[in-house]
Design a protein around this ligand. Sequence first.
Ligand code: MN
Length: 258
Amino acid sequence: MGNTGMRAADVRALFISDLHLQPAHPATSAAFYDFLDQHARHAQQLYLLGDLFEYWAGDDDLSDPFHQQVIAALRRVSDAGVSVYWIAGNRDFLVGQQFAAAAGLTLLPEIHVAEIGGQRLALLHGDAQCTEDVKYMEFRAMVRQPGWQQQFTAMPLAQRKAIIAGMRENSRKDQGSKSYEIMDVTPQAISDVYAQTGTDVMIHGHTHRPALHTVDGKRRYVLPDWEPDATPPRGGWIAIDGRGAITRHDLGGHIITA
Ligand code: MN
């Protein structure tokens, strides 16, 4: 690996999102497993900030061989003493306590404030801040209701998978393969998060627009999605060290300065 500019022992926490793991994209899974073994295992905390999976039909799908691989890889990290945390994305919000227990991770609410290296960080996926996507916001309000989730997960697994596949097919036809991610966050929704959490640093994903935005002295770090075999390759993570220094890293571990 390249020079990460930071000794492994200094890394307090790593943040990733939007891997959209699925059997059809083995290069992404391979890059994820490399990241876990070479980087995450040496951190104190690992935060998964949503859309680790392309979709999740329910925790009764744990025995799927691909899911077993991902769970085992996360388990190796948590068994190594790393605290692993999960914030749901718009594609894997049906992950529940059974998955969490199997992977050895802790489920967090949709907005979480972490205090790391003397910094207070607002952590979130970012889909709820794309408030101009009215259709999606209505869909989100529906599917995040416990009643809707109980009804949906009461359906046979095969039927749920068929419904999800149909939705993914429709969204491909509508607006390309990642329609939910076309919209960006709105400034108002972002300032609401700062106000609600009393933070001035935020890390989120979802939009697939990796960046550091500094507005009014507040810093907003946006995580990349992962597609290592795209040209150029996409993926990477954010790290915070013991002094609260935050760095963005590409898939090779190199610090992104631009
Ligand atoms: Mn997303």
